[in-house]
Design a protein around this ligand. Structure first.
Ligand code: ZN
Ligand code: ZN
Length: 349
């Protein structure tokens, strides 16, 4: 074992503060990674504050990790010292269940999350990326294309795969019309990815102020969702709509914009159940789905796709000392579009 510096929450109500945590020495299949950047995901905030279930403290969040390999175990074949790598929301799974065998490790009943899961090596819980380094089984380590900006790449490991996966599953391609509801951390990735897939992209937003930004990100059209006339013009025209909104909103207004057989997929998580009118589904054979992150193979495919299209997230890079301030701004939607921690700042602690 060795000690690393980190930022941890010691209770649901305490701010993140400097801490020292233990990492295991790499076993034969492990890769040790010096963390260079770590994105701040909404899940980090909700989890450390105990809003998504019981948490064992202290807890170091962070599952949008980009770093450089500093050591590899004797049986590691895919990585070497100096390689640029990424780690997302998962760090292990049983590898034997039907989901793992289908490359859907995200559904594994014995999956290990990057933070807050029981850690079979150290006996405590796994600790995330707001730290100097991490040790991960090579099966869960991803390769970062050399041309990508590293800070902008960190959010791809969660926000990127969360939006890439449903776009791929729905077969979004050239000539299709795709809607993206909401223009936050997930939404802005959805716009860039759908555009890279060749779709005609329409952004729905409640704030007129986001129009220019949506166009800059590549949207072909921007619709103010509060304007019923504007909405009506798009009735039965969308192949696919990606709904990234985590606040309460009227889902039926969007279902009615799908063409027959069209699909709307939720990736945002409003706290209260959504009310869905049966006829908004029935009349056009519409389907309503949800989508999680993707498996490791799909995450690598997404990173390679982003490499080919030179596509990253828009980020505001912060030193780790500003992480609590960033959380407060995140709650007020003050991020544009993702905060990423420059982990070099942790060395100054
Ligand atoms: Zn996340
Ligand atoms: Zn499994």
């Amino acid at each position: 074992m060795y000690n690393v510096k980190a930022y941890a929450a010691s209770s649901a109500t305490s701010p993140l503060a400097p801490a020292t945590i233990e990492r295991r020495d790499p076993t034969e299949h492990d890769v040790q990674i010096e963390i260079l950047f770590c994105g701040i995901c909404h899940s980090d905030l909700h989890t450390v504050r105990g809003e998504w279930g019981e948490v064992q403290y202290p807890l170091v969040p962070g599952h949008e990790i980009v770093g450089r390999v500093t050591k590899v175990g004797s049986a590691v074949t895919r990585f070497g010292v100096g390689d640029l790598t990424g780690v997302g929301c998962m760090v292990d799974s049983d590898g034997t269940c039907p989901h793992c065998k289908a490359d859907h490790e995200q559904f594994c009943p014995n999956g290990v999350q990057t933070y807050g899961s029981p850690d079979k090596h150290l006996g405590c819980v796994t600790q995330g990326g707001y730290s100097e380094s991490i040790v991960v089984n090579e099966r869960f380590v991803l390769r970062i294309p050399a041309n990508l900006d590293l800070a902008g790449t960190a959010p791809l490991l969660c926000a990127g795969i969360t939006t890439y996966s449903p776009l791929r599953r729905q077969g979004v391609t050239k000539g299709q019309k795709v809607g993206v509801v909401g223009l936050g951390g997930l939404g802005h990735m959805g716009v860039r990815l759908a555009k890279a897939f060749g779709a005609h992209v329409v952004v729905f937003t409640t704030s007129e102020g986001k129009r220019q930004d949506a166009l800059r990100l590549g949207a072909d059209e921007v619709v103010t969702s509060r304007n019923a006339d504007e909405m009506r013009k798009h009735t039965w025209s969308f192949d696919f709509i990606l709904d990234t909104v985590s606040a309460e909103h009227d889902i039926n207004a969007y279902m009615s914009l799908l063409r027959p057989e069209g699909n709307l997929t939720l990736v945002g998580a409003p706290p209260k159940p959504l009310s869905v009118a049966a006829f908004s589904l029935i009349m056009g054979n519409h389907s309503l789905s949800g989508s999680n992150i993707g498996g490791i193979a799909e995450t690598q495919e997404m990173l390679d796709f982003c490499g080919e299209h030179n596509l990253t997230a828009d980020v505001e890079v912060i030193p780790i000392q500003k992480v609590n301030e960033a959380y407060e701004r995140l709650l007020k939607s003050g991020a544009k579009y993702r905060f990423v921690i420059d982990m070099a700042s942790l060395k100054a602690e």
